[in-house]
Design a protein around this ligand. Structure first.
Ligand code: CP
Ligand code: NVA
Length: 330
């Protein structure tokens, strides 16, 4: 039977079967092929979407905007400073209004319950563009990049090094569990993934043959690893005061040349981005002045090295987000 996710919201990959996720990955690859070949695909020219951002973004916003335009859709961007959202109008009322004007809504913000409520009250598909808990559209781009590299996914070991209970790490654990991969969360005990999410993923793993591993030992994390993944040490919405503590906790988990050398020689490096790999950002320079660190979660040599795939991964955000919008709106 064909897969059909028309009318569904995309809030967390926990809601999707492995077959549905694979369908979205195949559709993404097809959209990428069309774009590369210069074949027009304005297949949703009667639709309108709105993008709500309560946190900043480069990739996610641009991927939704370019994806929507490539599909022929109208696209509105709203942030709290330029709309009534939150200050003068409740989320429920905002959702009810937007659901009457738009065919789909993207939301980036804080609580997962907000994106769930938007879906509940708007009556149209809602796409999670990142919450404190999950970042599901990022996952499709990441896994598409892994597939492009290796051709297969089953049994591939992906290790996340760092704050292993953040939105990206949580989502990687879910997608790897769903797709029968080997996920390893490698970070300090204080920053390990929540027990209930680990238990859910272990249940899924029983069905799919996935392996879920937690360790605070970088050697174990890197052993037999195909994909080394990291993310910033302090996520959006967390207080800046956390930097000192996180640097202490996470410095041993930095992805550097020595760590890369402990993984398979064919291994690749991924990062959702943005990244503090040098001093060419305001925060990167501040951290250098305060703590003497030239780079944080990944060193510049790895970031610029032969095994790095973070830029193809970033491009894949657009092809995969286009697939999500198309599949849920067509
Ligand atoms: N990876 C990612 O979501 O990037 P942005 O924060 O720039 O959207
Ligand atoms: N964990 C990061 C991901 C950014 C794409 C954050 O939430 O800021």
């Amino acid at each position: 039977m064909g897969i059909n996710i028309r009318g569904r919201s995309f809030l967390t990959l926990l809601d999707f079967t492995p077959e549905e996720i694979n369908y979205l990955l195949d559709l993404s690859a097809e959209f990428k092929r069309l774009k590369m070949a210069g074949v027009e695909h304005k297949w949703l020219s009667d639709k309108q979407v709105v993008l709500l951002f309560e946190k900043t973004s480069t990739r996610t916003r641009c991927a939704f905007e370019v994806g929507a335009r490539d599909l022929g859709m109208g696209c509105t961007f709203l942030d709290p400073a330029s709309s009534q959202m939150g200050k003068k109008e409740s989320l429920e009322d905002t959702a009810k209004v937007l659901g009457r004007m738009y065919d789909g809504i993207e939301y980036r913000g804080f609580k997962q319950s907000v994106v769930e409520d938007l879906a509940k009250y708007s009556g149209v598909p809602v796409w999670n563009g990142l919450t404190d808990a999950f970042h599901p559209t990022q996952m499709l781009a990441d896994i598409l990049t892994v597939k492009e590299e290796f051709g297969d996914l089953r049994g591939r070991k992906l290790t996340f090094f760092g704050d292993a209970r953040n939105n990206v790490a949580n989502s990687l654990m879910v997608v790897c569990a769903k797709l029968g991969m080997h996920f390893c969360a490698c970070g300090p005990k204080d920053l390990k993934p929540a027990d209930d999410l680990v238990a859910k993923c272990q249940e899924i793993a029983k069905e799919t043959g996935a392996v879920i591993e937690l360790t605070d030992d970088v050697k174990q994390g890197a052993k037999d690893c195909d994909v080394l993944y990291t993310d910033i040490w302090v996520s959006m919405g967390e207080p800046a005061e956390l930097w000192e503590q996180r640097i202490k906790l996470l410095r041993p988990y930095q992805v550097n040349k020595e760590l890369m050398a402990m993984a398979k020689p064919t291994a690749i490096f991924l990062h959702c981005l943005p990244s503090f790999h040098d001093r060419n950002t305001t925060i990167g320079e501040e951290i250098f002045q305060k703590y003497g660190l030239e780079s944080m979660e990944v060193t510049d040599d790895v970031f610029l090295g032969k095994q790095a795939r973070q830029f193809p991964e970033a491009e894949n955000r657009m092809h995969t987000i286009k697939a999500v919008m198309y599949a849920t709106l067509k």
